[in-house]
Structures are given as structure tokens and as C-alpha cells.
Write a protein that binds this ligand. Structure first.
Ligand SMILES: *Cc1c(COP(=O)(O)O)cnc(C)c1O
Length: 354
């Protein structure tokens, strides 16, 4: 039996979208494909509030995290860390042979602009990585305040992993001056996995032009060469791009503000529910609108709960890494509705006899 997904990726995909993915294939060097890509890009720019280049990458989000690192630093990267995905960015930086320092806070806490300012003042860095919404803890970092501080450091590229927030929480790329803003489509876009997207600024492109040994697959200038023809350098995940085209229409029809509002309402509902029966794991000031990390204050078996939920056609997520049985996460991103969340929390209450 298929389960309705309340996990933070991949998220539940609507049947209409699955149907679009069954469209007969087209050649990636054909006019049909170029037309498709040229339809998708302006809509992506619209949802990201940007005029920057928007690239399509046939990879998971992690591929574009690697791309951002390879293209945008030749000095030293400051990797902010507040959980598993932001830690991954530090690992990626080191694995690519780049110099890097971590700026780490405890899980459940947020990165603040003050901490960043303190470190950037040293003048050692040419790039900063930030996970906007740390999916492992359910924390949304204060991106707008951080971007404000970054304006004092025009030589430092701001690289943002917006994997679990893009089109779920407002991100005005141009206003914020984000150099690379990336996400995979299997989270808030509510599409099947296999494609990632990123906006890339002129500053990032200029930096990339100076950097050596970027490899080939993720070189932004190779991307650009093909982009100008309405193409990608290699065969892209065409079914995902077709689905993205449809989904962007649907997102714009819903209205971006309405979509953000819907996520916020679902988040508030789940947070209130968690406070009533359990507790919240993360700093109350920075709770995420797309995923809630519930502290397992009752010592229930999270694996057992999920097994029972499975019989009722739903799936939530355990805590991430060391939090596995200490927390459980309920995602409320993508095309889920408040009624879906009421239903799943109701099921949990029944199973646990709350
Ligand atoms: C899911 C996730 C990733 C990893 O995404 P992949 O598409 O699996 O590479 C990275 N960062 C964040 C914040 C995520 O939520």
C-alpha cells in the first residue's frame, strides 16, 4: 500500500503531476526541449524573485551544493553548521580540497547574523554557506538578517541551501543578494526526486570564471554555454522538467503568498499539537514552517509509531542521526493541506491513545 508522505523529502506528489511525467520523451537537443526549458526558467525566476540565471541540474540537491563550492571559492569558505545538512556542506567543502572553517552551533539552535559578522570581519573568507531551513532540526535560520550583514562583505559569496524551503518559505533572491540559491525538486516543489535547481548571480559567475579545477559536470560556465541555447550540458531529467513546468504553473496559480501562508498555517497547527502532547525540540524563535521536529518526551517507540501509521497509510520521519528515537519529524511542505495534517496527527493520537 502506498503511504501518504509526511517526511521531509521526497514529499507527496499529486496524481496530476505523475501523469505529466508519463508524457512521451523528446530529444534534449530538439526544439521541443528548448521550448520547454525556456518556459520553465522565467517561472523559476519568478518564484525566486530574481533576474539571475536559473540552472537546471540533473542531480540531487547535494550535487548543486558541490557545484556552489567548486565554482565560488578560491580562498576559504566559512561553513555555518546547525545540523546534519549544514554539516554536510562543510564535508563537501573539504572533500573538494577547499580551505574551510566551521561556524557551529548546537543542534536546535540557529545561526545569527552577529556570529557571522564576527567571523567575516577577519577577512579570511570568500564564501559563506548557509542552510536556510535545517531539515534535521526544524530550524529556519534568519536569512533576511544574515543577508543584511552580508552586504558589508561584497567579496564573500552567499551560498544558500534552500532545499527544504524554496517555494515553501519566501526567499527574495535579488533583494537578499544571494549568489547561489539551490534546491532539489523533491521537497517543497512536491515533485519526484532527480532534479535540482539554482539561481546563480553575476558575482558567482565572475568568481567561477577565475576558479580553476571545477571539474566538468558542475561548472557554471559550461551550464551557461548550453543555457543560452535553451539546453543543459548533458541529458537532463526530462520527465522531472516537464513536471516542474506544470507544478510552477500550479504554484503561480495558487499564488506564492498563499502557498507560504498555507505552509505557515500547517506549521502552526503541528507546533501547537506538538506542544500539547509532546514538546518542540528546537529554539522557539526559529521554528520552521515546512518541518517540525517533535521531542519524544513520552519515550514512545518512534519506529513502532511509524509502523502503525504505515498500516493506516501514512509515513512520518524519525529524528535525524543521533536524534533517531529522541525525536520524530512531521513535514508539512509541498502540496499537503491543513486537513492532511489534522488527519495524520489524529491518527497518531489514536495509535498512542493520547
Ligand atoms: C534533503 C536536503 C538535502 C539533500 O538533498 P538531496 O536532494 O538528497 O541531495 C540538503 N539540504 C537540505 C536542507 C535538505 O533538506
Amino acid at each position: 500500500m502506498y503511504k501518504k508522505l509526511f517526511i521531509p523529502g521526497p514529499t507527496q506528489v499529486r496524481d496530476e503531476i505523475l501523469q505529466v511525467m508519463a508524457t512521451p520523451m523528446i530529444g534534449h537537443r530538439s526544439q521541443d526541449y528548448a521550448d520547454l526549458q525556456r518556459e520553465v526558467i522565467p517561472k523559476l525566476q519568478q518564484v525566486l524573485y530574481t533576474e539571475n540565471l536559473c540552472f537546471l541540474s540533473t542531480s540531487s540537491s547535494t550535487g548543486l551544493m558541490e557545484a556552489a563550492i567548486r565554482n565560488c571559492s578560491q580562498k576559504k569558505v566559512l561553513n555555518t553548521i546547525c545540523g546534519a545538512f549544514s554539516k554536510r556542506w562543510h564535508e563537501i567543502t573539504l572533500a573538494n580540497g577547499k580551505a574551510a572553517d566551521p561556524l557551529e552551533v548546537e543542534m536546535g539552535q540557529a545561526i545569527t547574523p552577529e556570529m557571522i559578522d564576527e567571523r567575516l570581519k577577519t577577512g579570511q573568507y570568500d564564501a559563506l554557506t548557509l542552510v536556510h531551513n535545517e531539515t534535521s532540526t526544524g530550524v529556519t535560520n534568519p536569512l533576511y538578517e544574515i543577508a543584511e550583514v552580508m552586504k558589508n562583505y561584497p567579496d564573500v559569496c552567499l551560498l544558500v541551501d534552500a532545499v527544504s524551503s524554496m517555494v515553501g518559505i519566501k526567499i527574495e533572491v535579488d533583494k537578499l543578494g544571494i549568489d547561489v540559491c539551490l534546491a532539489g525538486v523533491q521537497k517543497c516543489f512536491a515533485l519526484p526526486p532527480g532534479l535540482a535547481v539554482a539561481s546563480v548571480s553575476q558575482r558567482a559567475m565572475d568568481r567561477s570564471a577565475e576558479v580553476k579545477d571545477k571539474g566538468y559536470y558542475f561548472d557554471f560556465h559550461v551550464f551557461l554555454k548550453y543555457y543560452e541555447r535553451g539546453q543543459t550540458p548533458t541529458t537532463p531529467a526530462i520527465p522531472q522538467i516537464m513536471a516542474l513546468n506544470q507544478q510552477l504553473d500550479d504554484i503561480l496559480a495558487e499564488g506564492l503568498e498563499n502557498r507560504f501562508q498555507r505552509q505557515a498555517e500547517m506549521a502552526k497547527f503541528v507546533q501547537d499539537w506538538a506542544r500539547q502532547y509532546f514538546a518542540l525540540y528546537s529554539d522557539e524563535r526559529y521554528l520552521s514552517n515546512t518541518v517540525t521536529n517533535v521531542k519524544n518526551t513520552r519515550g514512545i517507540s518512534v519506529a513502532g509509531l511509524n509502523e502503525e501509521l504505515g498500516k493506516r497509510g501514512a509515513m512520518i520521519s524519525n529524528g535525524y542521526g543521533p536524534l533517531k528515537e529522541h525525536c520524530f519529524r512531521i513535514a508539512h511542505m509541498g502540496d499537503l493541506t491543513l486537513d492532511d495534517l489534522k488527519w495524520v496527527t489524529g491518527q497518531i493520537e489514536e495509535i498512542l491513545g493520547l
